[in-house]
Design a protein around this ligand. Structure first.
Ligand SMILES: *Cc1c(COP(=O)(O)O)cnc(C)c1O
Length: 457
């Protein structure tokens, strides 16, 4: 087999045809998948055949088999988990990332895409109001962004007490205390487990899931070893933001590192009307966010931001004889857990370039506006009640009792016009609406409220 450029034509043509038909049908197809996984599997060959197959035919077979099993996560009526769709600029740039196929580990080796990522990083720090000198790493999602920030945190708090983590590992190390809210995201716990730090010590929250400064102060006072404090920008259920100014001052006075999980909330800082929610957050030491949620780039892209470059490089960097590293700048591989990776910051650049500063602000404002409209509409549905303060993108709805909430959720999902997640918050079943898609408009809101009204009737 030798390389012939023409060989790419047919499969790429087929891919663009299938992509276009998928995207064109998005407004009209049910949001939920029409087939379950058994139906999809039944359409696929179970054994790998002996010989080669034409790549264009492979692409056709793939699309034909899977499309009925796809969830319309890019729909303006998809409000499940916290997901986000894909903007045209970001999707097209993502295709180029695959075609260019750069291993984006080193400035010297792949200067084209690393330059784009460095520009995107600068823009992100500026838009999110974070310190210009912070390191930015493009990871798979907020899970790994949380891991990255907490890895730098662990390194720094142990170094401060004279423990050589790289040489000695954690065995016999002073105990690192991690304080996190009762309402933290599960990925914080998972990141702490990856890091060998065990379960966090939980700190009480208020009725919106915000960490309580008095409880944090008490927790900080009751230990004097190396400490990390995890705060949240954007509670999964309420969308609430922790009181950063007070909490970060308390944590820093106690010598703790502050990490902020802002998977979707950090973007509030890009909006002049929502920025107040982020007040004080820029004083933290590390931040985790996603591009594949609020910024609406394709999966997958998370962003890890660390104020202290030396701590991050020391936690995740490495040196070998065959890497020609840059002496003056961090290379991409030193700021993320991965060694080799795709240039996932390129779609971020494209999305930001297409939107501009005002476009990013409008994107975030629109999500919050739609959440407000949905909350207002829910209030007119008999038996339905919004249980959170809708200040950002999340709306939690309850019906008369848990059974009713579960039943309405099941009927809504079966109906297919919209998708919202069932969840449990503060001890009760809730129907959670997360507005994360750039394209959600008046009609989507209206159709989704009608679907909810039908499900509740
Ligand atoms: C989605 C989310 C995460 C995890 O992000 P992934 O992109 O799924 O890795 C962490 N924290 C919060 C608050 C989230 O909403």
């Amino acid at each position: 087999m030798s390389f012939r450029p023409d060989d790419f034509d047919a499969p790429l043509e087929r891919a663009i045809t299938h992509a276009r038909s998928w995207l064109a049908a998005e407004p009209d197809r049910p949001v939920r998948p029409t087939d379950d996984i058994d139906a999809v599997l039944a359409r696929m060959p179970s054994h790998l055949q002996q010989g080669r197959m034409d790549p264009g035919v492979v692409v056709d077979e793939l699309a034909d088999a899977v499309v009925p099993g796809l969830m319309s996560m890019g729909s303006g009526r998809f409000f499940g988990w916290v997901i986000g769709g894909t903007m045209p600029s970001a999707l097209a740039a993502d295709w180029l990332v695959s075609a260019w196929d750069q291993n984006s580990a080193l400035r010297f080796a792949t200067p084209g895409v690393v330059a784009v990522e460095e520009v995107a990083a600068t823009w992100i720090l500026d838009l999110l109001g974070l310190p210009a000198g912070a390191e930015v790493g493009f990871v798979t999602g907020a899970q790994m962004a949380n891991f990255t920030g907490l890895a730098a945190a662990r390194q720094q708090v142990l170094t401060r007490v004279g423990w050589d983590l790289d040489l000695l590992g954690l065995s016999g190390a002073p105990r690192v205390t991690v304080l996190a809210s009762e309402d933290r995201h599960a990925t914080v716990d998972l990141a702490l487990r990856y890091l060998g730090l065990g379960a966090p010590t939980l700190v009480a929250v208020d009725d919106q899931g915000r960490i309580r400064p008095d409880a944090l102060a008490a927790a900080l006072a009751s230990n004097d070893g190396p400490t990390i404090v995890c705060l949240a920008a954007g509670n999964l259920h309420s969308g609430a933001f922790d009181p950063f100014t007070e909490c970060i001052a308390l944590a820093h006075a106690a010598g703790a590192w502050v990490h902020v999980d802002g998977a979707f909330g950090l973007w509030a800082a890009a909006s002049p009307t929502l920025r107040h929610l982020m007040a004080g957050c820029a004083d933290a030491d590390s931040w985790a966010t996603d591009a594949h949620k609020t910024l609406n780039t394709p999966y997958d892209c998370g962003i890890a931001i660390v104020r202290h470059p030396a701590a991050l490089r020391s936690a995740l960097g490495t040196s070998t004889s065959y890497l020609i590293a840059d002496e003056t700048h961090s290379d991409p591989f030193e700021t993320v857990p991965e060694f080799s990776r795709r240039a996932r910051g390129v779609p971020v650049w494209a999305a930001l370039r297409a939107l501009g500063r005002s476009g990013v602000a409008e994107l975030v404002d629109n999500l919050a506006l739609r959440a407000r409209q949905i909350a207002d509409g829910v209030a007119t549905i008999p038996g339905a009640r919004v249980v959170n303060d809708v200040d950002y993108t999340q709306v939690c709805v309850v019906f008369e009792n848990d059974d009713r909430t579960r039943a309405v959720t099941a009927r809504l999902l079966a109906d297919g016009v919209a998708w919202m997640s069932g969840s449990r918050w503060r001890g009760v079943e809730v129907l959670r609406v997360s507005v994360s898609n750039w394209s959600t408009d008046d009609l989507d809101v209206e159709m989704s409220l009608d679907a909810l009204r039908r499900a509740a009737a």
